[in-house]
Design a protein around this ligand. Structure first.
Ligand SMILES: [Fe+2]
Length: 297
């Protein structure tokens, strides 16, 4: 097609892509072209703004490396990751709510025994005892389910961002017992700013947004015959719970991080007051387990 007017461009592109073999790829690309062209017609970028936009996207790649994935971060701070999560895993009254994976998931976290601590190097902070049960939607406990957990330290850094922490500090995989229960030790995570050294940091400044996430623990919970649950459990006393920079907080994911000012019931040796407990159950949907591709090695 020879273009005679701006209004013909969208149709020309759609026609050019008309023979795409994979119908799903065709649907996705058609939708992308129609909506991105509509977006351009709405905002009418100048040529300078267009070049700036292209440089911004290239910079996402340039700032993606071993310890940071700026592309994932961009999707996160624009609400895209959360929207995709909730479109695929709608909030339900029965199954646990899902939340975005985030940029710091690593595969191959060490396998731990129930009761172990995931603080592998000296990690000063308030002790945290985490426990819960994994069940299916009928309430049946899931024995042998894998609870893969990772979190930031009490100063708000993941181990791969912090040379003072050992490899895989504050990461671990636990297997539920015959009653579907799990428990482990850790230290209370702190909220943290998302990385602000790249183009996303500049965008947040321009938008007068703070870069903080409320304190949370990440979980990937999996079991045979069930969809893998990717989620986060947030601290109920966080001051940025209402304004998570990546929009990850949904009501069911606010966990009760209970403070104990004196020893209250059984605590493992070495745990001193004040300490915190988090009791949180996970309910999985029947289906096929799949596992996320780690954004960083
Ligand atoms: Fe996180």
């Amino acid at each position: 097609m020879i273009i005679e007017h701006e209004s013909m461009v969208t149709d020309a592109v759609l026609r050019a892509m008309a023979n795409t073999r994979d119908p799903r790829l065709k649907q996705i690309m058609d939708g992308f072209v129609r909506h991105s062209h509509a977006f351009l017609r709405e905002v009418r970028p100048s040529e300078e703004e267009f070049e700036r936009g292209l440089r911004f996207i290239a910079a996402l790649g340039h700032h993606t490396h071993e310890t940071n994935n700026e592309v994932v971060l961009a999707a996160d701070v624009l609400g895209i990751s959360t929207l995709v999560t909730l479109l695929n895993k709608p909030l339900s009254q029965v199954e646990s709510a899902a939340a975005l994976l985030g940029p710091f998931y690593r595969a191959n976290a060490p396998e731990c025994a129930l009761g172990d601590t995931i603080a592998r190097s000296e990690t000063p902070g308030s002790p945290l005892l985490v426990s819960g049960q994994v069940r299916d939607g009928d309430g049946t406990p899931l024995a042998g389910a894998v609870v893969d957990v990772w979190q930031a330290s009490p100063i708000g850094l993941y181990e791969n961002q912090d040379p003072h922490q050992e490899n895989m500090n504050l990461r671990g995989k636990f297997r539920t017992d015959a009653d579907g229960h799990f428990h482990f030790r850790s230290v209370r995570p702190a909220g943290y700013p998302v990385p602000t050294g790249g183009p996303i940091g500049e965008l947040l400044v321009a938008q007068q947004r703070h870069p903080y996430r409320p304190a949370h623990m990440h979980f990937v919970v999996s079991a045979e015959g069930h969809e893998t649950l990717i989620t986060q459990v947030f601290a109920d006393d966080s001051d940025v719970l209402q304004s998570d920079v990546v929009f990850g907080v949904t009501a069911p994911l606010v966990g009760t991080y209970r403070r104990h000012d004196r020893i209250d019931g059984f605590v493992p040796e070495g745990v001193e007051a004040p300490y915190y407990t988090l009791d949180y159950d996970f309910v999985l949907r029947k289906g096929v387990p799949t596992f996320p591709i780690p954004p960083i090695p």
